[in-house]
Design a protein around this ligand. Structure first.
Ligand code: MD3
Ligand code: FE
Length: 205
């Protein structure tokens, strides 16, 4: 379903077996060094989401090759199979191949039952390539706004385990956030308490 120009939601893109493989990989990436951490904003606040990065390390507001705001360790490599998955995702969502830009960043966000993410833009990448989002575990309310500001109008979309969302074109700089998750809604067979979201991106660096 096209939620806005360039914003395409593909429910159930990953079957249970694929979700389990991706979750197992996320669990190895989450371990230190350069593992899961919660980001401290320059304003002093702490994000309730915990994040691990592959390829490039995101910090407010930029990308580095080491965990500059954490343990200082080199960021884990971005695996080639994730890059192939990103190209397949864009191709399936849009029905056309993406421009030849190499996906080289993954941000893996973990939400416990209380975590949420305020409305923001993803503007630290130097590429206009679409962002690929994959959800695992608990469902959430995903709020999709406009490029004009963090306020209304917005559309609330339920994201479930296995869902794909691709954000490109005019939607690439839209404000978006996660006002709440729905604890206890993860597929029992997945074995995850909470929610994971992976975003695959092109750094342009
Ligand atoms: C729209 N993550 O990591 S995924 C983020 O569920 C982020 O963890 C949320 O926002 C999450 O920055 C939302 C959906 C998403 C991801 C990236 C986007 C929507 C986007 C980039 C541009 C526009
Ligand atoms: Fe974002």
């Amino acid at each position: 379903a096209e939620v806005a120009p360039g914003a395409v939601h593909v429910p159930g893109w990953l079957d249970l077996a694929a979700q389990r493989r991706l979750l197992a990989a996320c669990r190895t990436w989450a371990r230190p060094p350069a593992g899961l951490r919660s980001v401290r904003m320059p304003s002093g606040g702490q994000m309730s989401v915990r994040t691990v990065c592959l390829g490039w390390h995101w910090y407010p507001y930029g990308y580095a090759r080491t965990v500059v705001d954490g343990d200082g360790a080199p960021v884990k490599p971005f695996p080639a199979w994730l890059g192939r998955m990103a190209v397949e995702a864009v191709t399936d969502a849009y029905g056309t191949e993406p421009e030849p830009a190499a996906y080289d960043i993954a941000l893996v966000n973990f939400y416990d039952g209380h975590a949420k993410m305020g409305m923001h833009q993803d503007a630290d990448e130097k590429s206009a390539a679409p962002v690929v989002s994959l959800s695992l575990g608990d469902s959430c309310v995903f709020r999709f706004g406009t490029p004009g500001g963090r306020g209304r109008p917005w559309t609330d979309v339920e994201l479930r385990s296995g869902d794909l969302f691709v954000f490109g074109g005019p939607s690439r700089l839209a404000f978006h956030g996660v006002p709440r998750t729905r604890p206890g809604t993860a597929p029992a067979a997945l074995g995850l308490t909470g929610r994971l979201n992976l975003t695959l991106r092109v750094s342009g660096l």
